[in-house]
Design a protein around this ligand. Structure first.
Ligand SMILES: *Cc1c(COP(=O)(O)O)cnc(C)c1O
Length: 461
């Protein structure tokens, strides 16, 4: 064994103490660090011949990158939909790397048990019945991909075909219906050979809504004359967190043949609060459901779940049989349930966080985030400088600058705000208007952060 590695191997405790020190120093600074920083290309290091060993590598890393690491997991990163990391989730994530268990097989470790237990708790958090099985994937994009892969398989079965065996060419072009599907669902359609162009956009409800007009969906289904298809419903759109009427959509299942995939990447957390839970009525009738974990569950990247009532189709698509892998038997190895083969014990951070904070903990995070969004919305409504573009329905504020609105002005404002370093938000377009989104999904965000951000917004105009 080479000297560097040998030395590191016998010095683990002090190396981890160094990492702990760097970690706590960083975490103590998330309140004051800029939440986002500009990208700057550095000259690349060349691969060293003999390596520096860990201690000097840490020093070099800090020197090169330490100051530039933003606090995107801090209380004022309001771009995209970005969760933080609860202390318990961090603990679980750290240990995931320490144990380095491969989740793929049940026969050689407790890892699958931990994932099943985490899924069991998540089902309770989301109010999903026991007939839903769940699997961890790397994010909502892979979750949408997995749900739509099962949907594709189901459509094949309606034609008496097995698409994962025979390929897509044995059935007519698959039709997908949705109104405000997230871009990642289109990406999934591209990856699945269904094609982005084969999504038919169903009109939205009138009156500043992003939810699907269910009567228009009914008309589109009628036009398909009994041909099986896929419907993607949204539980929480990214601009204004609008919800499709899941109950009316699932009610259509009695008259039409479609697979219902629900993208509830962050909207699924409406289940945590009695105030918002009704928005998910009908969710239990979906065939597959996407929910992100690295957003509102506040576990570190990368983590999400795919839930389904059709594990047989999931196995049909994702089975990975091989002589050395053995037969498929109960409990079904996770290797047969998701796009990955080997993967990390992704459920452990979720297991820690759910166990540490429970239902009430998540209700607090969710409701507090929504309250902060509402309060920001009120300030915007009362100000002369900004205007709301949609009501604040949950945790996202969609607004723009007052006066002559153009994309350039919005961009300049957002760059100024980023470089000011107190708060970060990202741009969007809403009903053709260049707009700004402020999304709240971090456990750390409190009233004081609103104050700090509001000040920054006023000064960056
Ligand atoms: C964020 C998001 C996605 C994609 O999630 P990733 O975790 O980034 O892959 C999909 N759908 C919705 C509604 C989202 O908010």
């Amino acid at each position: 064994m080479r000297q560097n590695l040998k030395q590191d191997g016998s010095n683990l405790e002090s190396l981890l103490e160094n990492a702990l020190h760097v970690s706590t120093e960083y975490l103590d600074s998330v309140d004051t660090r800029p939440p986002a920083t500009a990208f700057s290309q550095k000259e690349m290091l060349t691969l060293p011949e003999d390596g520096l060993a860990s201690a000097r590598t840490l020093g070099l890393f800090l020197e090169r990158y330490g100051r530039d690491i933003p606090s995107s997991n801090g209380p004022r990163f309001w771009g995209l939909v970005t969760g933080g990391t609860t202390p318990a989730a961090l603990m679980g994530d750290w240990l995931t790397s320490v144990y380095d268990l491969n989740l793929s097989h049940a026969a050689n470790s407790v890892a699958p048990n931990i994932e099943m237990e985490a899924i069991h708790m998540l089902r309770q958090l989301f109010g999903l019945p026991e007939n839903f099985s769940g699997t961890f994937v790397s994010g909502a994009t892979m979750s949408n991909f997995s749900g739509l892969a099962m949907a594709r398989e189901w459509v094949g079965r309606q034609f008496g075909k097995n698409i994962s065996q025979e390929g897509l060419h044995v059935i007519p072009q698959i039709k997908v219906l949705s109104s405000e599907a997230h871009s990642s669902s289109l990406k999934a359609l591209a990856m699945l050979g269904i094609g982005r162009e084969n999504m038919k956009i169903i009109p939205k409800l009138s009156g500043n809504r992003e939810a699907m007009d269910v009567s228009a969906l009914r008309t589109a289904l009628l036009e398909l004359s009994g041909e099986p298809c896929i419907v993607i419903a949204n539980a929480g759109t990214v601009n204004t967190v609008d919800f499709d009427d899941l109950q009316s959509i699932s009610a259509l299942k009695s008259g039409f043949k479609f697979w219902l995939h629900m993208d509830a990447a962050f909207g699924g957390f409406a289940s945590c609060s009695p105030k918002y839970r009704h928005l998910l009525n009908g969710m239990q009738d979906a065939d597959s459901i996407t929910i992100d974990a690295h957003k509102w569950l506040n576990v570190p990247y990368d983590s999400a779940m795919i839930f389904t009532r059709h594990r047989d189709l999931q196995i049909s698509v994702f089975q990975n049989s091989g002589a050395y892998l053995g037969e498929i038997a109960e409990p079904v190895d996770f290797i047969h349930l998701s796009p990955e083969n080997s993967r990390r014990m992704r459920a452990l951070p979720a297991w820690f966080s759910l166990t540490a904070y429970g239902r009430a903990g998540y209700q607090d995070i969710m409701e507090r985030n929504c309250l902060m969004a509402q309060k920001l919305g009120e300030r915007i409504n009362a100000s002369g400088a900004f205007c709301l573009l949609a009501p604040v329905r949950m945790n996202v504020v969609c607004f723009t600058l007052n006066g002559d609105i153009n994309a350039e002005r919005v961009k300049t404002f957002l760059m100024r705000l980023r470089d000011d370093g107190r708060v970060f938000m990202t741009p969007t377009t809403y009903n053709g208007v260049p707009a700004i989104r402020a999304a709240f999904s971090n456990w750390r965000t409190e009233e004081k952060d609103l104050e700090i951000a509001w000040q920054a917004m006023a000064e960056c105009l």
